[in-house]
Structure formats: structure tokens, C-alpha cells
Design a protein around this ligand. Sequence first.
Ligand code: ADP
Ligand code: ZN
Length: 637
Amino acid sequence: MTNSDDEALRVLRDVFGHREFRGHQAAAVRQVAGGGDAIVLMPTGGGKSLCYQIPALLRPGVGVVISPLIALMEDQVAAVRELGVRAAYLNSSLAASAQQEVERQFLAGELDLLYVAPERLLTPETLALLARQRIALFAIDEAHCVSQWGHDFRPDYLELHALARRWPDVPRVALTATATQATRREIVERLALGEARQFVASFDRPNIQYRIEPKASPNQQLVSFIRAEHPGQSGIVYALARATTERLAQHLCDSGIEAVAYHAGMEAAARRAVQRRFLREDGLTVVATIAFGMGIDKPDVRFVAHVDLPRSVEGYYQETGRAGRDGEPATAWMAYGLADVVRQRHFIAESAGDLEYRRAAGARLDAMLALCETAQCRRANLLAYFGESMGPCGNCDTCLNPPQTWDGTVVAQKLLSTVVRLDRERRQRYGAGHVIDILRGRRTERVARHGHDTLSTWGLGADLDDAEWRAVVRQLLASGDLEVEAGGHGVLAATDRAWEVMRGQRPVAFRRELAGPTAKRPRRAAGAGPGGGVGGGVPPAELSAEQLAVFESLRQWRAAAARERSVPAYVIFHDATLRALAQERPADLAALAGVPGIGQAKLAAHGQALLELLADHGAESAAAAGVPGTAAPENPC
Ligand code: ADP
Ligand code: ZN
């Protein structure tokens, strides 16, 4: 270990209150602190910020952070200021006088970090300002914004390569959570980072538990899920349609869960208000379309739920990735049904894109279906999509409750041959509902009208109920034996592949649908794997009832402290710190300083208040007092 490694560790402990570096952090810090360029690719929650914050503190001069998210700069700066780091930002939201004050501080050497929006950085005025002070480093956050193919493309990012020419001796570090090889290449090329060392972490998010269950009554399922596992916690629910987000938010409110809707059809001011509330409050659920996206870097989102099927695995990974950034346990939950598949296929067929586009969209959807229908580990399936391989994870529904499979060859043959017979003998194609009616021998009006009770498969499937048949259809869609006809309304057709099943050349195994929600079991250690995964190392132990009471009091204290300082609650302390406080109950300042997440500045600011709260609680629980203030408000909305 070199001297500068010692220094880095000291800053990590004193300023940030963390005990050890995680994964690639130490190496990346060493590279940048030593004056070299770096590209840091870590998943959300991987701990990218330290990779530029610590070098900025170690090097002489000001660290300039380029961040595309003006709406978040204020919170980003507030968070590091709470650590005692001298930080400020420059963007178009600042009044002229505030801007002058920031410039003065910058020139007077009173700043460690200056956050700047890219369009602001590249103005002649800002470039001239920067030229008058020593720059410690340039950090280019959300570096995937240089990618013209990505959905976060920002033309201003393309101009950032100019920094290399103007400041050839200042190290640059580009950071992103977007994994694909193509994006990585674009970052290297467009930001002139050919010489940079790359630090690439595993994209696994071990603290997120992935679960996908069959959709029966999604509103009810969602309410039960939140009530049972995440009451009073922050979460995001993704739905496809704007109207659904509004209806569902209302339904959650009516069920006593504090929720608001968010979609692109809302006024900009209303959208900003929702975003701000979500970031600042502790325990709000936002029901949103995918418009609620980049920049939701709130660390304590405890669940992300999908009530509609995402269009692709990339989208699913990105959306679910907004959960559990702080490394604490979080859940990615989805309810998914046959209607989702039909709807998505319909969208693709009706889309304005050309054949090439529709084929690509179809392939992306197929990968998503395969994830939904797999009987293997969800996480392994997800990571395989991004080119990483791993064994069963122990923290997804299929690992925790391995689905039983059954030999569905005969059942598949019955269904496929019904579809084929209708098609060939009658030149008619139908949706799943009617095909199931035929198989179950239901004499509906339509069956009678078309004489479908004379088909040879009529009534052959009475042994399965409707839900079971729909699961069969879904799985045959996922395996590519069935397809939904382009443009039709869920009209089914058998593919060429299906003949292998009908001729008995390929056996079919179906997963058995589990009744009701999957029971949760303890999670595996959420630790940094060889690739440097996310998470705090040790899985958090469940709190005892008494510890939970302390934790709740701490949360209330934190909410008040956050309001007083006008910052988000997580800026005061993360949940992991509150949890450790509740478990360890430190009794003096020295013990308090040993708790993860409590650096020197926070110790000075909050140490006394915490000790008093913990002491009061000790006295109270000795007097066997009840849990204060944990009752939920009657109607929170
Ligand atoms: P990213 O920007 O990669 O999404 P952050 O930099 O916001 O991630 O860090 C995610 C969380 O991990 C934060 O809560 C941060 O405090 C915590 N963290 C980062 N590095 C460490 C570490 N070495 N030890 C403990 N916690 C850490
Ligand atoms: Zn698994």
C-alpha cells in the first residue's frame, strides 16, 4: 500500500464514514488520484461517486463534475456538503447573484467540487472561468449520454472531448451504469479516452430480489405485495399507459398506500413536483410510465414493481435497477399475463418502424418473455443477456421456490393442433379465449355458430382450468411455438417450429403456476463478488421488535432533521446507518464514529442528538413503553 492509498482510505473513513473500499473503487481512485484517466462502469449503486470525489479531495485544485441532471444537482451538492465537502454547482437555475458567489468561491480556492451542466461548461465564459483556477480532475457522469443510439443522448456531451485538448494534464474520469460494449466503445472514442484505464464491475445487483408472478388481479396483487413487504417505504410502480398510472395511484391511495401518478402527459411543473416529493419524502410510491427515468437516483427505493410487461430486458434491468441503490435489500416485482404478450406484439405489429425494426423489437420482446417464463434462476438469465454467466443466485423467486415442471407435450399438442385445425380446415384464426373454450368443451354462442364442437379436439382439455390453459399459451408463445398474428387482436398462429411438437419430435416441459405470492426466505449474502458487486458485504440481519422500534424512531428523527435542513432524508443518513444504530446502540461519540456512514462532519452535526435519542429509547424500553408513532395515517393521500 502506498502513501496515497493510505490517504485515500483515511478520506474514505473520515469524510464518508465507510470502512473499506468496494470492488474496483480503490484501484479507480488510485488511477485518477495519480493523474491518469479512467472509465468506470459499475451498476447503479455500485459506488461510482467515490471514484471521483476522493481523488478530487486528494489532488490540489477543484474537481469539476459534469452532470446532465440539473434537477438533481442541488441534492447532489447538498449530500456532499453534509459530509463537510466544499461543493457548489453552476447551472441555469441559479440567480445571477448566486452564480457570482459560486464563481467567487471557485476563484478563491474555497471549493473542492464544482458541479456543472454540460451546456454551461462549454460556454466561453465558463471555459474562461475554469482557466483561472487549478483543476483537480474532470468527472463526466452519466457518460453514456454521448451515445447517439441511446435514449439519453445529449448532443453537448459530444463536445466534451475538447477538455482533453484544453487541459491535457488534468485527469478525466467517465462514469456510467450502462453496460453494453457498443456504449463503452462510443465513450472511448467520443470522449478521447483511448488511454484511460477501464474499471468494469459485474452488473449483478445481489441485493435486489427478482420476482415475477402470474397476473390475476394486478391491483389486488400489488396492494398485497406492498402491504406485506414494503409498507411505508419508497417505491416505483411502472405501468404502460398514462391512464393506468392515474387509476392505480388512486387505488393505492384508497388502500392506504401513499401514492402519486407520473407520466409525460402531465404539466412540466407537476412532474417536477412529483419528482421532488419522491426524492425528499420517505415512503412515497410513484406510479409512473417509463417517462419517470434517468435521474431517479434516490438510494432508498425499496421496490420497483411492473404491472405491465416491459418491452425489453434492457428496459427491465434499467427500471428495476432504480431499487436498492444503497445496497440494502430491495425487491423487483412483476405481475405478468397473456394479455401483456398479446398487447406488446400488437404494438410492434402496428408500429411505424420498418421490417428490420419490427424484427428487432420482436427479438427483444422474446428475450423478455424467456425471462418471465424461465424455470431457472432469473438473475442468471438476466445477466446472461448482458454476457455475464453465473450459477443460481438464491435470491430470486425461482431459486427460492423452484418451480416444478411437468411434461406438457400432450397438452401442447392438443392446443397447437386446435389452432392448426381451425386455421387449415376452417381458414379461421382466433385468440386464446376461444381456443380454450373449444378445448374445455364450452358451448359458447361462437362455438355453436361456427360448429366448432365438431372439431376433433373439442372438449379434450377439460382437465386444465382457464388459468392453466392461459399459462400454457404464454409458455408456447415464449418458446416460439405459437405466435400472435401481426395486426390481429391476439389472434394465434402456430409457427413452423410447432410441428416438431405436434409430431412428437420435441418434448415440452411447462412450469407449474404457483398459487398466490411466493413466500420469501432469507437472502444470500449481498456481497462484492470477484467482479466487485454491489452491496454492503454482509446481508442485513432482520431487526428484532425492539430494534425495529428504535429504527422507526430514528426514521422519524431523520425526517425532522431533513425538513429542517431542507434536504432529502437519505442525505442525513442512509437506512443502513439507521439500521446499524438500532442494532449497535452506541452509547458515546467514539462508538458512534465506528458506525458505517458516520464520518466526522455528521458526527459533529448529529452525534449528540443521536446519543440522546438512543438513551431515551433505552429508558423507554426499560419502562416497557410501546412503539412510538408507528401507526399509519388513516388516509395518507
Ligand atoms: P452509483 O453512483 O454507482 O449509483 P453511489 O456512488 O451513489 O453509486 O453509491 C451507492 C451507495 O453505496 C451510496 O449509498 C454510498 O454511500 C454507498 N457506498 C459507496 N461506496 C461505499 C463503500 N466503500 N462502503 C460502503 N458504502 C459505500
Ligand atoms: Zn436466482
